[in-house]
Design a protein around this ligand. Sequence first.
Ligand SMILES: [Cu+2]
Length: 287
Amino acid sequence: MRFLKAILGGSAIAGLSAFAAHAQDVVGRPSEGGMWFQKPATPVMEQLQDVHNLVFVIICAIVVLVVSLMLYIMIRFREKANPVPSKTSHNTMIEIVWTIAPVVLLLVMVVPSMQLLYYQDRLPETEMTVKVVGNTWNWQYSYPDYEDIDEIISNPLDETQAQEEGVPYLLATDAPLVVPVGTKVKVLVTSVSNMHSWAVPSFGVKMDAVPGLVNETWFEVYEEGTYYGQCSEICGIRHYFMPVEVRAVSQADFNQWVANGGSFTEAVADNSENQTTSGVATLAARD
Ligand SMILES: [Cu+2]
């Protein structure tokens, strides 16, 4: 975070360093050799995990049952032990069971999964909107509700920069999407010239960005922190180089950010005697 460096380079900035410490807490990113899901950061992701766990248990049970039956049949009815094979071709009971059982299982899975599908898709009374545009190749964010916030062009940090700042290369960006926690955020996703997909695993959000079409989804982040994702539609030569970074901050910090015209560092300008340094800090944070 360059703006942090700029801040730390200065002297009197008590309030902001508290914020900075918060924003540094990364809560949504992949871990080395990690398995399963990232910690859910939104209600949608929580429910996605629940549905996944339900389906996972069912499919494991099916695999165990089918493999056991096959082993049993292979051993019990092997040719050596059964020189005269059975001529059975129908068994009404078994046929009824193997028709009804899958239907019941499908119903057990379809109800929660359809509910979730509509929950993800439905736009409850969202409190603010962000517009996400997939460019060739970077993400562009804008805030239709806040006229003073300029469009944000979000590019990944190069490898040296990422190392210097101790952030993950190919995930960290120079300008994250900033949202408040505990707020239902409507996301409008579109693209300029080719298809992308705006995805943040810990949000349970993966929305196609299609030229000429505006897709909608929403999220509500529980916890302050930084959340990473990636373009999830193979979009072209720089597909690997358009990560998604979302910074969730408290409502108060978000209001401050909006009041500062999309910058965290203006607060320094207000508190600091050295306006010039702060100006540089602001530019550094936003370039
Ligand atoms: Cu892409």
